[in-house]
Ligand binder design. Structure first.
Ligand code: PEP
Ligand code: MG
Length: 592
């Protein structure tokens, strides 16, 4: 067959690859986020607090530098033509961040004018831009725009301003950004945001988890995506394949519309399993529960037939606000979840901020750290700031008067932490009794997350101190393999099938069963049907996952037999090679 080679435009890259973190197809117009900050707080700073303010500025500057470095590294993967355009721009921004005129100017403005860092950044940026414009040279004036962009980047880190503009989007919009924090993602309404794509972010980052729980197709880690996508252009997000397609032609569009339709049909079929139990073919019952990021995920939990909430991440209560939620506010939000579950258990995890999940309201309490994932996170913060924990425990105990709740403690690494929390809990109970408040009777079980390797290795001792355990395999994988779960550069090394991780899971499950306490898995592997035979084979009988994943996992469990799954798990545990382990698991799944 002869093909015509004439009159063909050179093929231009219209499809960009990234990490598919939340399945599904979305087709819609691109909304490319600009870094602009609508409102910058301005206030006077007392003399004794000026140095702390300078430090706050330096921390924001360091974050902006890190972000540019990451974007620059990602840009290396781009075609030369794009890199030639984008590289110098990022280099120029990096140079401006390092320039003494900007950094030194802001530091001195804070000190001499006694103003907050945001006001100083705004003033210095304004002065630099006006200085360039006054020269009357078009090139220099255009550099002013770069300075403004750099200033906005620093301001975004200083204020942690979320993108409230999401509320104004038209339904089906695809959001494109350099980076979206979990707090930004929490502001997305799935009825308006069809999908999203970012340049930074890894598969098990909380932004990815949030996307899955809301059922929004998403691709992260697409190099320079916000610079390469024109606002308003039609985009396809293929969250399964980890690809975005810009301005698709008619054939591609038709193909993806068919794919999206096929996926909807499959979802309708799976929905029929809603009321059926997750029982293996040889009669082993597995409890399937939902992880909840936001109360609005409850609808998905009900639709998926969740038997309870296995992990309620309470961080949402602290996000996108400048102050801390009161006990009454927390109680009202938790009570709504408990009542909605109508007698099914709700496992409420105490606050797990720190690391990448930094709540604005807590910013002052957690200083900048070189290794935030190893820093003042989760239970460590709660025990350092017991008032925070007391308020939260009070709210949980009161919500527990409306239905069964369990208390779950994040990032436990030693038995002394469990004992300390139990002592605080006893104090809170007495105080509430004195107040004659209605609280949970009996006092709810206290469980711990096993997500630190040291906790997994001492699971037998910890099991004697707590009432249940939940395996947080996201952090457990990160800490065991020393791989940042949110860093797309090492995403290929993040492998839950590493034998070290499997041994820690096995050891924990056996310790819990020996001590007669329930153990669940609530990390992201629980929501991937691929891992179901292995987890069941290792003795896990409770799984908690993104509500949107429940039907697919249930289908897989109803097809497998626990006996052969146990044998396959034994064979897997004899292996040292991750590739061999993957093959053994995938072969087993294929036979189902
Ligand atoms: C985990 O670490 O596996 C977990 C469930 O907690 P989070 O993802 O909220 O850190
Ligand atoms: Mg965790």
């Amino acid at each position: 067959m002869k093909t015509s080679t004439t009159a063909r435009r050179p093929a231009r890259p219209t499809s960009f690859e990234g990490i598919g973190v939340s399945g599904g197809i979305a087709i819609g117009p691109a909304y490319v986020l600009e870094g602009g900050i609508a409102q910058v707080p301005e206030f006077t700073v007392e003399a004794h607090a000026l140095e702390a303010e300078v430090d706050r500025f330096k921390a924001a500057l360091a974050k902006a530098r890190r972000q540019i470095r990451k974007l620059r590294r990602k840009a290396e993967a781009l075609p030369v033509s794009v890199l030639e355009e984008l590289g110098p721009l990022l280099d120029a921004h990096a140079a401006m961040l390092d320039s003494s005129r900007l950094a030194g100017g802001v530091e001195s403005a804070i000190r001499t004018r006694s103003v907050n860092a945001e006001a100083a950044v705004q003033a210095v940026v304004g002065e630099l831009v006006r200085g360039l414009e006054a020269v009357g040279d078009a090139y220099l004036a255009s550099r002013g725009q770069d300075i403004r962009e750099v200033g906005d980047r620093i301001l975004r880190h200083l204020t942690a301003t979320p993108y409230h503009a999401f509320a104004l989007l038209t339904p089906g919009t695809i959001v494109v950004a350099e980076e979206l924090s979990p707090a930004d993602t929490a502001l997305m309404d799935p009825a308006l945001v069809g999908g999203f794509a970012t340049a930074l972010g890894g598969a098990d980052s909380h932004t990815a988890i949030m996307a899955r729980s809301m059922g929004i197709p998403a691709v992260l880690g697409v190099p320079a995506v916000s610079a390469r996508v024109r606002p308003g252009v039609r985009l396809i997000v293929d969250g399964e394949a980890g690809r975005i397609i810009v301005d698709p032609d008619a054939d591609t569009l038709a193909e993806y519309r068919r794919k999206a339709e096929a996926r909807k049909r499959l979802e309708r079929q799976l929905a029929r399993l809603r009321a059926m139990p997750a029982t293996t073919t040889d009669g082993v019952r597995i409890a399937l529960q939902a992880n909840l990021e936001l109360p609005r995920d409850l609808e998905n939990a009900h639709q998926g037939g969740a038997e309870g909430i296995g992990l309620l991440r309470t961080e949402f209560l602290f996000m996108n606000r400048p102050d801390l939620p009161t006990e009454d506010e927390q109680y009202a939000a938790l009570r709504q979840v408990v009542e909605s579950m109508q007698g099914r258990p709700v496992t409420i995890r105490t606050l797990d901020v720190g690391g990448e999940k930094l709540a604005t309201a807590l910013g002052e309490r957690i200083a900048e750290s070189a290794n935030p994932a190893l820093g003042l996170r989760a239970i460590r913060l709660a025990l350092k700031e017991p008032k925070l924990l007391e308020t939260q425990l009070s709210a949980i105990l009161r919500a527990g008067a409306h239905g069964p709740v369990r208390i779950l403690l994040p990032m436990i690494s030693s038995i002394s932490q469990v004992r300390a929390v139990r002592a605080i809990l006893a104090r809170v109970v007495s105080r509430l009794k004195r107040r004659k408040a209605r609280i949970a009777r009996p006092i709810p079980p206290v469980g711990i997350m096993i997500e630190v390797p040291g906790a997994a290795l001492t699971a037998d001792a910890l099991a004697r101190e707590c009432d249940f355990m939940a395996l947080g395999t996201n952090d457990l994988t990160m800490y065991t393999l020393a791989i940042d779960r949110g860093d797309e550069q090492v995403a290929d090394l993040y492998n839950p099938l590493h034998p070290a991780l499997l041994r820690l899971i096995q050891f924990t499950v056996e310790a819990a069963l020996r001590n007669g306490i329930p153990v669940s898995v609530c990390g992201e592997i629980a929501g991937d049907p691929r891992y179901a035979p292995l987890l069941v084979g290792l003795g896990v009988r409770e799984l908690s996952m993104a509500a949107t994943a429940l039907p697919r996992v249930k289908q897989r469990i109803r097809r497998l037999a626990a006996g052969p799954a146990t044998q396959r798990a034994r064979a897997i545990m004899d292996q040292a090679d991750e590739t061999r382990i993957a093959t053994l698991l995938d072969d087993f799944n294929e036979g189902l």
